[in-house]
Ligand binder design. Sequence first.
Ligand SMILES: [Zn+2]
Ligand SMILES: [Zn+2]
Length: 244
Amino acid sequence: MIKGLELLSTLIGRKVNSEMRAGHCVACLDHRAINGLCDGCRADLPVNRWRCQRCALPLAIPSGTLTCGECMRTPPTFTRTLAPWRYQYPVDAMIGRYKYRGQRKFARPLVAGLGDYLENHLRTCPESVPELIIPAPMHRRRRRKRGFNQADDIAEALSCRLAIPWCARTVRRSRHARPQRDLGRAQRLANLQGVFTVTRPLPLRIAIVDDVITTGATVRSLTDALRDAGAEDVQVWALARTPG
Ligand SMILES: [Zn+2]
Ligand SMILES: [Zn+2]
């Protein structure tokens, strides 16, 4: 019975995947989609237009050069964050389907869009091209539970697209921190102290990749570990940034 169901779900999966390749939109099923989204649904995605120039926190004031209060008070050691969307509907729902249900087709349009966004940025700012892409590491226990690390998937796709090497083994997440969302700012940073261990020599310019930047505490802590190990310029790439 279970074998039969597995076979059926594989067949359905294949059919859905072949339909996706044929160009159906993951949001409205319109058949004129490119990279999994039709033009209308792509235009509806919440673009992170006005944002902090350091951590990409969405800002209410139209400005491309402002720094948010948090980055003014305690400047992060990363140089910039590039995240094309705000973590709002439907981007949050698409990332959720991908991350918690393993439905990769929902991530495909977002990852392709992030690739376009980064390519444009790196073209206008060639001195910021990193030498290595490092996915935000997941503790092995959580990875085992989920079956994959979404940051590895995104890093691999961006590496192909941008022709920049990636490596998931450069940094280890050495212990399982408590969930960050229940903690205050100081507690969050303390919670992550010593969590990341760099295990290999690093180049000078690095991009950290994650799916969503929420509090920024994880990428701050990871950047500190990379800087302590010799990296000079660390930037952060993500699909989306949560509003304050
Ligand atoms: Zn659509
Ligand atoms: Zn900021």
